[in-house]
Design a protein around this ligand. Structure first.
Ligand code: C2E
Ligand code: MG
Ligand code: MG
Ligand code: MG
Length: 283
């Protein structure tokens, strides 16, 4: 009996493993296909100045082609791209496309936005990253001051010496450096003082608890005080309602981003949003 149970147990694990491997292979294959087909696209999500609601920035977010099965979110396909070594190529395309978009927005609508792009750990440790960014800015004509690189704490901290060097050079060029999902990593606040960064993006998990968790509200307020002392700008991510927006504005958060402000949408819809909401402010 014990033997039988053992066998079932074994079988359960092996079937699970089999399914995982299959999912993995299907995803890898699908990722290679969309990269080869060049059918990935970018969605754009606005960032507004909290004080007056003016659109001042935009984050480019990678999107899977809408008609492609399996349907994958960035959380599914970006790790696969990292593993199979495609993220450098895709990441370069994202930066170029996003920079072009910011220039086109300025030309067509007369609205200047700071363009933020997500850069993954593998890109950060690619020795060619600085030259890639400098090249993209030069070829598109986007001023470096209108370009922002979003990195996670964990990718910066993985090899501080190497990343600091790259980040310093980027900042010297005029590019801003933002720490994405701030508060979810190791967050020893004291190291912030030494990092060459300009912007903290407070993670959505904190913003979510505004109105329901006083401790989280206190943490956010303290983070803002600290940021001000360090000369950092703060973006709140994942703003989903009026109450969160009012709280963040009240405590002096610089910029807001989230579904309540505007969802990530394709270029033409983003331009439509800019023509209406983006200029009027939030009230
Ligand atoms: P992220 O950089 O922190 O981007 C914010 C994510 O939160 C996006 O998810 C966005 O759609 C979502 N979001 C924005 N506002 C709200 C809100 O009010 N409520 C909720 N629930 N969600 C909100 P998305 O587009 O699925 O991207 C997930 C992650 O994938 C990103 O997190 C980023 O880490 C990564 N990613 C996306 N595009 C790229 C890219 O081009 N390159 C790299 N390396 N990573 C990317
Ligand atoms: Mg981001
Ligand atoms: Mg984030
Ligand atoms: Mg996030």
């Amino acid at each position: 009996q014990a033997k039988e149970r053992g066998q079932n147990h074994y079988q359960f694990f092996s079937e699970q493993l089999q399914r995982d491997v299959e999912t993995r292979l299907v995803r890898e294959q699908a990722v290679r296909q969309v990269v080869a087909d060049e059918t990935l696209w970018l969605a754009y999500q606005p960032q507004i100045r909290a004080s007056d609601g003016q659109a001042v920035g935009v984050e480019a977010l990678l999107r899977w082609p809408t008609d492609t099965i399996p349907v994958l979110s960035p959380a599914d396909f970006i790790p696969v791209m990292e593993d199979v070594g495609l993220i450098e190529r895709v990441g370069y395309w994202v930066m170029k496309q996003a920079a072009q978009m910011a220039v086109a927005t300025e030309q067509e609508l007369g609205i200047t936005l700071r363009m933020a792009v997500n850069v993954s750990m593998r890109q950060l440790y690619d020795p060619g990253l600085f030259d890639q960014i400098a090249g993209v800015l030069e070829s598109t004509g986007l001023p470096p001051g209108n370009f922002e690189v979003e990195l996670t704490e964990s990718s910066i901290m993985a090899d501080l010496e190497r990343t600091c060097e790259t980040l310093r050079r980027l900042r010297e060029l005029g590019v801003s450096i933002a720490i994405d999902d701030f508060g979810t990593g190791y967050s020893s606040l004291s190291y912030l003082r030494k990092l060459p960064v300009d912007v903290l993006k407070i993670d959505r998990s904190f913003v979510m608890e505004i109105g329901s968790n006083r401790q989280t509200e206190a943490i956010i307020e303290n983070l803002l005080g600290l940021s001000r002392a360090l000369g950092l700008r703060v973006v709140a991510e994942g703003v989903e309602n009026d109450e969160q927006q009012a709280f963040l504005r009240g405590i002096g958060c610089d910029y807001l981003q989230g579904f309540h402000i505007g969802r990530p949408v394709e270029l033409s819809r983003f331009h439509g949003w800019l023509r209406s909401a983006g200029r009027e402010g939030d009230e």
